[in-house]
Design a protein around this ligand. Structure first.
Ligand code: BG6
Length: 480
């Protein structure tokens, strides 16, 4: 791992949506707490023809819109750290001008690339040619990194030509979420889960990432992508890997990524009947009417806005345990959660008394708020003359207010700081991304072979009924 703390940060795509909503607010919040170091300089670059002051105005508006007022204390100091250089990624002279603007960092430079995929290669080339890819430089890459294994390899090869893997930081912003990191604490800082965390004691796992939003303003990107590439290839597979991986030796980039990639390599090829795709039609969410996908897009499309998958991990620990995953736009509520369904007790001593046991279930709510609950069986108080009373009761392991005194952070605060300081633990390694694509490509190939078209579902519902059937065929009900 390269150990230097960058004193310059170069943001590509600095006038884009991600920058406005996430990057600039995160950086400003970090700076206000003195976490970026006293001398950090932030250089923005993009196509837009702005000067330093124009970029500062852009940033001010973004901060006013997306950073809560109580975190804007250091705004004036932060804006002063910003400068801007317009860039045409296909013009090498443009990169020389950028290199001049960046100057020579005293300690090191971090680059954050959030640009259209078609600009990745020319950008890397330009960085190399203009001397911006030297030893004390690391690079962060925002998704999408390709649309399949082949195109991701092209991007990864181009980046690898200019930067060694230990200076490449592939972003999956789910790993920056505190609640996702807490999965590691839950599993590996407690004694009681790990001995049960296997096929002998777990019946199945569910992973749901539901969103209420539709296409938003991302028409071109989303319609070429679809839910499988947009959400499953990255975020959901990372969640699955964190749930399923073996205990890493230590909390560091190599150990954790070694374990995750083994899980990704163990994913079984999905059969046609193990996936369901859907596309939303007009409906209502929270009492508000919303248009269908085709209407938002302005044309007919076969892109899936929902996908449900029954996945299997072919290794010793997880043999025979299905991982049901589903994600969709225009669902009834925004929620990301993982459900670990344990098996029933092997023998119930209460059977003769007419009482049934309900298998334990761990529900790990990741967003909108962290909420971890374990359902346990308890005796219903009473003299039991009408039969023995047992009931499943929730044990709250973590409630949303458990750490009410701690600042809730944007995932990018963590990731940008780790990039600047050089900690790769929460970034995705090349072999992980490629294993993810390999599994996703095989699913797409099955869809194409079967000429599978998305089924329709009403906006505000939990997806097509076939997705419910996918789980119910196995006697499993999605947790809602
Ligand atoms: C992005 C996807 O990676 O994640 C979006 O491209 C999606 O389509 C977003 O809306 C969800 O992120 P979060 O943090 O709101 O769950």
């Amino acid at each position: 791992m390269t150990q230097f703390t960058s004193d310059r940060l170069l943001l590509f795509g600095a006038t884009g949506d991600l920058s406005r909503r996430m990057l600039l607010p995160s950086l400003c919040a970090l700076d206000a707490e003195g976490l970026l170091g006293p001398n950090i300089e932030i250089i923005g670059t993009a196509r837009s023809d702005l000067d330093d002051q124009g970029f500062r105005n852009f940033a001010r508006e973004a901060l006013e819109q997306f950073l809560p007022a109580q975190r804007r204390g250091g705004m004036a100091q932060f804006l002063n750290r910003l400068s801007y250089q317009p860039l045409d990624a296909n013009d090498i002279d443009s990169f020389h001008a950028l290199a001049q603007k960046v100057g020579t960092p005293k300690q090191g430079l971090s680059i954050f690339l959030s640009t259209a995929p078609s600009l990745f290669e020319p950008t890397i080339h330009g960085l190399e040619k203009s001397g911006l890819a030297c030893e004390n430089v690391r690079i962060g890459l925002e998704k999408p990194l390709g649309i399949d294994l082949e195109s991701s390899k092209v991007i990864n090869d181009a980046v690898a030509h200019a930067f060694p893997e230990d200076r490449i930081y592939r972003i999956d912003h789910y790993l920056g979420k505190e609640t996702v990191q807490n999965l590691l604490a839950l599993r590996f800082a407690n004694l009681m889960f790990e001995p049960l965390w296997n096929a002998a004691h777990i019946d199945h796992v569910q992973i749901t990432v539901a969103e209420t939003v539709g296409l938003e303003s991302r028409v071109a990107y989303y319609d070429d992508s679809g839910a499988l590439r947009d959400m499953v290839q990255n975020h959901m597979l990372q969640l699955l890997a964190l749930v399923a991986m073996e205990p890493p030796v230590s909390y560091n980039a190599t150990s954790i990524r070694n374990e995750k990639v083994k899980v990704l390599h163990s994913l079984r090829k999905v059969k046609p009947e193990e996936t369901v795709t859907g596309q939303y039609r007009a409906g209502a969410i929270g009492g508000k009417a919303v248009p269908g996908y085709d209407d938002e897009l302005g044309k007919d499309s076969n892109t899936e806005t929902f996908v449900a998958i029954k996945a299997h991990i072919d290794n010793w620990r997880w043999q025979g345990v299905p991982f049901y995953m589903r994600t969709g736009k225009r669902m009834p509520k925004r929620t990301t959660e993982i459900v670990v369904q344990f098996r029933d007790v092997p023998h119930s001593i209460f059977h003769g008394r007419g009482a049934k046991t309900v298998p334990n279930r761990l529900v790990i709510g990741i967003q909108p708020e962290e909420n971890i609950t374990l359902s346990l069986m308890a005796k219903v108080p009473g003299l039991d003359r009408d039969g023995y009373g047992l009931r499943s009761v929730p044990l709250a392991i973590l409630t949303p207010d458990a750490f009410a005194d701690r600042q809730r952070r944007i995932a990018y605060e963590r990731l940008l700081l780790d990039l600047i300081e050089g900690d790769q633990t929460l970034f995705v390694r090349r072999d992980e991304v490629e294993a993810q694509w390999e599994w996703i490509d095989a699913i797409r190939a099955v869809w194409e072979e079967q000429e599978q078209e998305p089924r329709t579902y009403t906006a505000g519902s939990w997806g097509p009924s076939a997705a419910i059937a996918l789980a119910e065929r196995d006697g499993v009900t999605w947790h809602e």
